[in-house]
Design a protein around this ligand. Sequence first.
Ligand SMILES: C[S@@+](CC[C@H](N)C(=O)[O-])C[C@H]1O[C@@H](n2cnc3c(N)ncnc32)[C@H](O)[C@@H]1O
Length: 195
Amino acid sequence: METTERPLPELVTVAQRQAAATGFAWSCIPEVGRLLMLAAAAKPAGVIAESGTGVGVGAAWLHAGLGEHASLVTVEQEPDRAARAAALFAADPRVEVLVGDWRLLEAHAPFDVFFCDGGGKREDPERVVDLLAPGGLLLLDDFTPSNHWPPRHNGEIDELRLFYLSHPKLCATEVMTTPTSSAIIATRLSAAPNR
Ligand SMILES: C[S@@+](CC[C@H](N)C(=O)[O-])C[C@H]1O[C@@H](n2cnc3c(N)ncnc32)[C@H](O)[C@@H]1O
């Protein structure tokens, strides 16, 4: 659990203020943000991608872990949100904010880190997996923890979560981010899994 005392990266604070000022309520929580920062830091020369920029909170977390030789590309379909996020990173040539559908990201693949948060996750999960580089990390948040296998949501098998957790090209796990929310972290296998 995140404590209120732990300092946040400066751009995260700025982006959070923008989210509050514009009533944007779907930014990632700090517990997810710290996973994003860690993932970006784990790929110091990597291509880091995000679908669904919002106003830039998740991108600011990724940016906090961004290596000197890494790049961050994020896409948002709402032009006003994208413009706010682009302004945050205007001084950093490593960052590109695209305006449009998440498929614009494809031109920048393969990804060493992919925070799939707006577009792709539900519509075309197979394509999401294919956009990862071998060893690339995929992060997906906003799941509801389940004690069952296969995982359930509202009494039904959660087919989407099952897809990511059992995909043969991924090694994946689910981590609690708060007592009532979880995230999936997966890495793209470079060869057929032995499991
Ligand atoms: C959960 S919010 C993103 C929050 C952001 N990733 C963060 O952590 O601060 C989802 C965003 O995805 C955008 N979105 C939804 N579908 C999209 C698509 N197909 N292509 C691009 N953006 C999309 C929405 O407009 C919304 O701003």
